[in-house]
Structures are given as structure tokens and as C-alpha cells.
Design a protein around this ligand. Structure first.
Ligand code: GLC
Length: 476
């Protein structure tokens, strides 16, 4: 099967969040399935273009129309030896030579351009894919443009649209429809939601299949609390909505080979391995060295939807106990300021690291006993999967992918973590106490939970197969 995968970011080329990880791993997993050929498209942001470690060759140049605009497209291809996975970059310095990838005033036009350029590139290089897999609002116009402008050349291609986060929908003024997208009035209803042109709504209506990154989130976004206004649209199109939980790259998230760790370890010797890492991290962060104190870790954006209201609320109470709390990340100033105050009066128990540091992240995953992730909503979440690989027991809000990937400990031999069912401080504290109780008083059960967590299959094999089932259903 010929699969075109397109997103606004993909590691290792460019990554700002979880989408970047998925757009690296999933195309690669799909390309290793026999009979598949995968083509990944990305914008040629200056960070990619100027990176000497990303060798590319120029393929050709042409133009695309955005209504009255005629815009240049330079098509570049990543030089790689992989036969079944090719990567193309769409070059246009007017749109992509910027100091950041998102958050520009003309993002709507930039990604409308990108979406049209992807389709035009396929025509120019003579590829008719079986499936075009689009991700999030930045590529949401592809199904619409395919329908409106590329029926003759690419009309047989089926489209899949994956929602990684329904919060960002791609909103523009009503005049955008004709003036930028070059679409006729017959598309207005399809693309209008409230007073705006809404790219994501368009993709939900026009795609052959819609997916999101966990089964639970697929159910949740039918409700207003989770859907940021789009619940009626989701509900109406629930017949073509599926949930496929993400994986992580097992080679990149492996405590037995991660070079950032003080000592490597596996499921066979985790107790000793985690203990040594914990001692080293306590020394490095200036915390009292004590391998027996339960260390609670978080590597997260410090924002509301990751549950930081609750963290700020419970921190002082939690820190009265014999625990250590280690947080790494950046985010909203208001939360950062509250946490700074709490940290300054709890220096021996709380290490707050307001930065991004991937080596420190690895050390926290490896050294902590408990991984805290009380997200208000979580389409899938990747950190709980990484934590489990490192034998760190997750305590999570039972929402979205957190519910689907963290199996609550049943008091006997089953489970990989602990969860709470309702987003509030007392339920979170209660879940933490249930977890701490096992850690402190029942080492045998604790070791079983850690082993279960480390053995959880978070590889991409299963999700890649599930996506293939969806593609096959459409193509048949
Ligand atoms: C978004 C979601 C996150 C998910 C990621 C990859 O960042 O917020 O839950 O894991 O996309 O799908």
C-alpha cells in the first residue's frame, strides 16, 4: 500500500511535542510492514533547512494557487538509504523562514499553503497514494482540497485524519474561505463552526476515517467537557471515528541502554539499578541522599491541562510526608511562581527545574519510584509510557490514553499503576496515598507492579497494525 503521511512536525527533523514523536515512529513502523511504501511530508522550516545533519536533494520547483496568490514550492527530498520510507520537504521561505514553527499571525495561510503544496507535490512527482494520513489542524485542509481541486489526479486516494489534540482546531475569519482557500460558497457550511472557518471541522466532515490517539479519548470528545466546542460534530460523525493508542520508540526509551543514566538496568535488575540512579540524582539535585525515600517525578509542560492546579494545591500537604518531589518542565508563569514559592520553603524535599533538559528527563524517569500525571484531559500521553518502561509506577487521572495504558493495581498480581476517577485534589491525594502505601509497606507487591509496568508492550507494532486495518477497510 502507498501511504502518504503528513504533519506539521516529525522527529528527528523537528519536534515541539508528542505529535513529533508519533510522526517519526508511526511512518517508520508502517514502512516496515511488508508491501507498504510510506512517504512523509514536512514543511522545510529554516531549522530543518539550515541543519547540516539533514542532507537533502532538490527535486523540482513549481507553484500552487491560494485563491489569487501564486506561491512558490520547492520540493526537497531527504537523502536516506531507507527504501520504503521517503521524506519530502516543502520549501517556501516566505512561509517557513520564521523564528518559530507555530504561533505566527498568518498560521492559517501558512498551513493552508502547506496542505495544498503537499497535494500538488504528489501530482508533480507522479505519486497516487492509496491513503493520505493527515494529523491535527495544520494538515486538516488536505481532505477538503483533495475533494475540491484534485479529483482528476488523486481522486482515488482515501483520507484519514488523526486528532492528537482537539483543543487546537485552526480558526480563521469567514473571508478566508474565498480569499485564501480559493473555495466556493458550497464549502462554507462544511468549514464553518460558530463564527469562524474551522479547519478541523472540515477534516472531520470530509475525511474517509477520523481517528484519535486512544479509545477512551475517542469516546470523551463526544462530550462538551473534552471537545472544545466540537462535540456535536464529533457525535454526528462518530460512525467513522476510531481510537488507536500511541506507542513509543522502544530503542530511544530504554533504561538498559540510555546513556544519560548513572547505571543502566532492565526488568531483571531494576531494584538495584533504580536505587543507584536515585542516589546519583539526589546528589546532583542537592536533595538528601536516601535511597528509601519515595521519589515522585514529573516531566511535563507546566500548564493547566496537565493538572497543575491540583499539583499546586496538594504540594504543601504532600511535602509534609517523607517523600521527595522532582519536577522538570516549563509553562505558565502563574504555576511556575506558585511552585517556586513552595520549592523555596521545602528545599530538602522538592527539586523544581524550570527548564527543558532531555538528559535530566531520562534521569528523572529512571530514578523516581512514582510518576505523577494528573492531566485534566489527555488524548494519549507519552510520558506515562516512558515512565513504565523505566519501571516508574504511574499515578494518573483515568482519562483518555492514561486510562487506556495504565492498568490500576488490583491488590494482587495485576496492574501497572494507580489512578483516580474524578479530577480533584482529594482523589489525586488518595491515589497517591494508595500508591505510597504499597511502596512503603508491601515491597513484594511493589516489585510486581514495577515488573508489570516494565513489561507493558508500548511498541508501535500493535498500533501500526490497527492503522493498517483502518486503511485496508477504506481501500477495499
Ligand atoms: C498531543 C496530545 C498527547 C498525545 C500526543 C501524540 O500532544 O496532547 O496526549 O500523546 O499529541 O498523539
Amino acid at each position: 500500500m502507498k501511504i502518504v503521511f503528513t504533519a506539521s512536525e516529525a522527529a528527528p527533523f523537528i519536534k515541539t511535542g508528542g505529535l513529533g514523536d508519533v510522526a517519526e515512529a508511526l511512518p517508520s513502523a508502517l514502512s516496515s510492514i511488508k508491501g507498504n511504501e510510506v512517504i512523509l511530508f514536512l514543511p522545510f522550516y529554516s531549522k530543518i533547512k539550515n541543519n547540516p545533519n539533514i542532507p537533502t536533494e532538490f527535486i523540482k520547483s513549481f507553484s500552487v494557487d491560494l485563491s489569487w496568490r501564486k506561491q512558490h514550492v520547492g520540493l526537497f527530498k531527504y537523502k536516506s538509504r531507507k527504501k520504503k520510507l521517503s521524506v519530502y520537504f516543502i520549501d517556501n521561505e516566505y512561509y517557513f523562514k520564521r523564528d518559530s514553527e507555530y504561533g505566527q499571525g498568518d498560521d492559517g495561510e501558512r498551513f493552508a499553503y502547506y496542505s495544498k503544496a503537499v497535494l500538488e507535490s504528489l501530482v508533480q512527482i507522479g505519486i497516487t497514494p492509496d491513503v493520505i494520513h493527515c494529523n491535527d489542524w495544520q494538515t486538516a485542509l488536505i481532505p477538503i482540497f483533495l475533494h475540491a481541486f484534485y479529483q482528476d489526479e488523486l481522486g482515488t486516494a482515501k483520507t484519514v485524519f488523526t486528532i492528537h489534540n482537539i483543543e487546537y482546531q485552526g480558526l480563521c475569519d469567514p473571508y478566508f474561505l474565498g480569499d485564501t482557500l480559493g473555495l466556493g460558497e458550497e464549502y462554507r457550511n462544511k468549514l464553518t463552526y460558530g463564527d469562524c472557518i474551522n479547519f478541523m471541522k472540515g477534516a472531520i466532515l470530509e475525511s474517509d476515517a477520523v481517528t484519535t490517539v486512544s479509545k477512551t479519548y475517542a469516546g470523551e470528545i463526544k462530550y462538551p467537557y473534552f471537545a472544545h466546542g466540537l462535540s456535536p460534530v464529533i457525535e454526528e460523525h462518530a460512525f467513522k471515528l476510531d481510537g488507536v493508542v500511541n506507542g513509543i520508540n522502544p530503542a530511544l526509551n530504554d533504561p538498559s541502554s540510555d546513556s544519560a543514566l548513572t547505571v543502566n538496568y532492565s526488568v531483571k535488575n531494576f531494584a538495584d539499578g533504580k536505587r543507584k540512579n536515585k542516589i546519583a540524582l539526589q546528589e546532583a539535585l542537592g536533595l538528601p541522599v536516601d535511597p528509601d525515600v519515595p521519589m515522585i517525578g514529573m516531566v511535563s509542560r507546566i500548564v493547566s491541562h496537565k493538572g497543575f492546579e491540583l499539583i499546586c494545591d496538594i504540594a504543601r500537604e504532600l511535602l509534609k510526608e517523607n517523600v521527595q518531589l522532582v519536577i522538570l518542565g516549563t509553562g505558565d508563569r502563574a504555576f511556575e511562581d506558585i511552585l517556586k514559592k513552595i520549592a523555596s520553603s521545602n528545599k530538602s524535599k522538592f527539586s523544581l527545574n524550570l527548564c527543558f533538559d532531555s538528559k535530566l528527563a531520562s534521569k528523572i524517569y529512571a530514578s523516581s519510584d512514582i510518576y505523577l500525571m494528573p492531566s485534566k484531559s489527555e488524548p494519549c500521553g507519552l510520558s506515562q509510557l516512558i515512565a513504565m518502561r523505566y519501571g516508574t509506577v504511574p499515578v494518573v487521572n483515568a482519562t483518555g490514553g492514561l486510562k487506556d495504558t495504565v492498568e490500576p493495581f488490583d491488590g494482587k498480581k495485576n496492574g501497572t499503576g494507580f489512578n483516580f476517577q474524578s479530577f480533584n485534589r482529594d482523589d489525586l491525594l488518595d491515589a497517591l496515598h494508595r500508591c505510597l502505601d504499597v511502596y512503603r509497606n508491601d515491597k513484594a507487591s511493589w516489585n510486581i507492579i514495577v515488573k508489570n509496568a516494565m513489561s507493558y508492550d508500548s511498541s508501535w507494532d500493535k498500533p501500526a497494525k490497527e492503522y493498517m486495518e483502518i486503511y485496508n477497510r477504506l481501500v477495499d
